[in-house]
Design a protein around this ligand. Structure first.
Ligand code: AMO
Length: 438
């Protein structure tokens, strides 16, 4: 093993082009492939951005360089200094004739996974060796797109006047009924991992007015599905002096913006993922009320009593009928969390929405209750104890504006953009009931 010393990368592999013919460069990365022809060694060096051929002819390079090249095996970590040469038979018509090689680290074979992709591996094997899996262009492409998605969300919402915030993830009370909490021992007191920033983001509208948060939330999901995880990144938004309609409008424009950015900045990644057909969706997205959706399902042979949630088979059917993005609005008040506002003229129905893509729910939200008495009534109706929410409720005495917002599952959005079936593909180190490592 040799030190990096004062060597620094001068170029990514993808930046080595025939135009650099004659230039001395330093590249760093991993031995992707190696071919030893006796007096000539070829190495394909891989870095995050691609690969470049390194050529080491015995009679043209220093003796020690040739000897080192002979010792290398796949995935060893190296730095190479040499001269770029235009050579039309090499990949991308270019190679580097190595002058010096530094072996920065050796691998300990066998590796659990082949990053060159010569051997197929199932998702579990890939997740168990995620770092090697991420060296595969198909896997890395998803996370480069994820980076652009995050960047474009921040850019869009900042331009719309929203302020990015961070709220606590260790909390005292549940916010989302239904899904179970992870308990935490907090210096002898019972605490929980946050299921959502719901209560904090609502409170913040009483001061910062327009906020968003991109952060982890935790849900003790019992079921092993391709769309549920126990830890996920949620994009949460909350807006003062607004209704469900206003925040649906922000959401659909945000989604179109994200698609546009991914399409213009990730053409290489979309190609790797066979997703060159990605289209920027037109706005506004179609809107169907919950009642209309039940009628639609009935026409297709699925009967769901009014008031019930849509089970997976119904969602699958809906995905066959309604492709692409749409909203389901006006859910039964009973099926929604306590903070969602019932409609004034018909309190059985709420000012709520789910944002869907085919069969998959990507986000949900609505107008919130900003009247303290009504909020307490709804807490009680849902079997919750207002006493547990006293720190939240007192803010409603301090001038709570009418407000609305939504929460969007980042990995689910990525599933749609990248057209992958399992949410685990879209999270670096997914957490589900059976997966706690790596
Ligand atoms: P909800 O519980 O519907 O709403 O969550 C919002 C969005 O988060 C994603 N999501 C999940 N993704 C993966 N695994 C999970 N276990 C999981 N649970 C949720 C989905 C979902 O649409 N506080 C409200 C939002 C609001 O009203 O502002 C909330 O959390 O994409």
């Amino acid at each position: 093993m040799e030190p990096l010393g004062d060597w620094r990368r001068t170029h990514w592999s993808s930046e080595i082009t025939p135009a650099l013919d004659g230039t001395t460069v330093t590249v760093c990365g991993w031995v992707h492939r190696i071919r030893d022809l006796g007096r000539l060694v070829f190495i394909v060096l891989r870095d995050r951005e691609g690969v470049v051929q390194i050529t080491i002819p015995k009679d043209k390079v220093p003796e020690h360089t040739f000897e080192k090249a002979k010792k290398l095996i796949r995935e060893d970590v190296i730095a190479v200094r040499g001269k770029v040469r235009f050579y039309e038979k090499a990949p991308n018509n270019v190679e580097i004739i190595a002058n010096e090689i530094r072996i920065l680290n050796k691998v300990s074979p066998p590796l659990p996974l082949d990053p060159a992709g010569d051997v197929d591996a199932d998702l579990d094997t890939r997740l168990n060796a995620r770092i090697i899996d991420l060296r595969r262009p198909q896997t890395f492409a998803i996370f480069r797109i994820n980076h652009i998605v995050l960047q474009s969300i921040r850019e869009f919402l900042t331009n719309e006047g929203f302020i990015e915030v961070n709220t606590p993830k260790i909390i005292a009370t549940a916010t989302e009924g239904g899904t179970a909490l992870f308990p935490v021992s907090y210096f002898g007191r019972q605490a929980f991992l946050a299921q959502s920033p719901q209560l904090y983001k609502e409170e913040l509208t009483a001061a910062l007015e327009k906020v968003f948060e991109i952060g982890p939330v935790f849900r003790a999901e019992e079921h092993n599905t391709t769309r549920h995880l126990c830890e996920l990144v949620m994009v949460d938004l909350e807006c003062a002096f607004a209704t469900a309609d206003d925040v649906m409008n922000i959401l659909e424009r945000l989604i179109a913006h994200v698609f546009r950015e991914v399409k213009s900045k990730c053409s290489k990644e979309l190609k790797i993922l066979n997703r060159e057909d990605l289209e920027v969706p037109g706005t506004p997205f179609p809107r169907y009320t919950y009642t209309q959706v039940l009628e639609l399902l009935r026409e297709h042979g699925i009967e769901i009593p009014w008031g019930e949630d849509l089970p997976t088979p119904a969602l699958r059917k809906l995905g066959e009928i309604l492709k692409g993005p749409y909203f389901i609005t006006e859910w039964p008040t009973e099926s929604k969390p306590f903070y969602i506002k019932p409609k004034d003229e018909d309190p059985k129905v709420s000012e709520s929405f789910d944002f869907m893509w085919g069969w998959l729910e990507l986000a949900s939200g609505g107008t919130r209750i900003h009247n303290k008495e009504l909020l307490i009534k709804r807490l009680k109706e849902q079997g919750l104890n207002p006493k547990s929410f006293e720190y939240h409720l007192r803010v409603f005495d301090w001038g709570m504006p009418p407000h609305a917002g939504w929460g969007l599952g980042l990995a689910r959005l990525l599933m749609v953009i990248c057209n992958v079936r399992n949410i685990r593909e879209c999270v670096l180190f997914p957490r589900d009931k059976s997966r706690l490592v790596p």
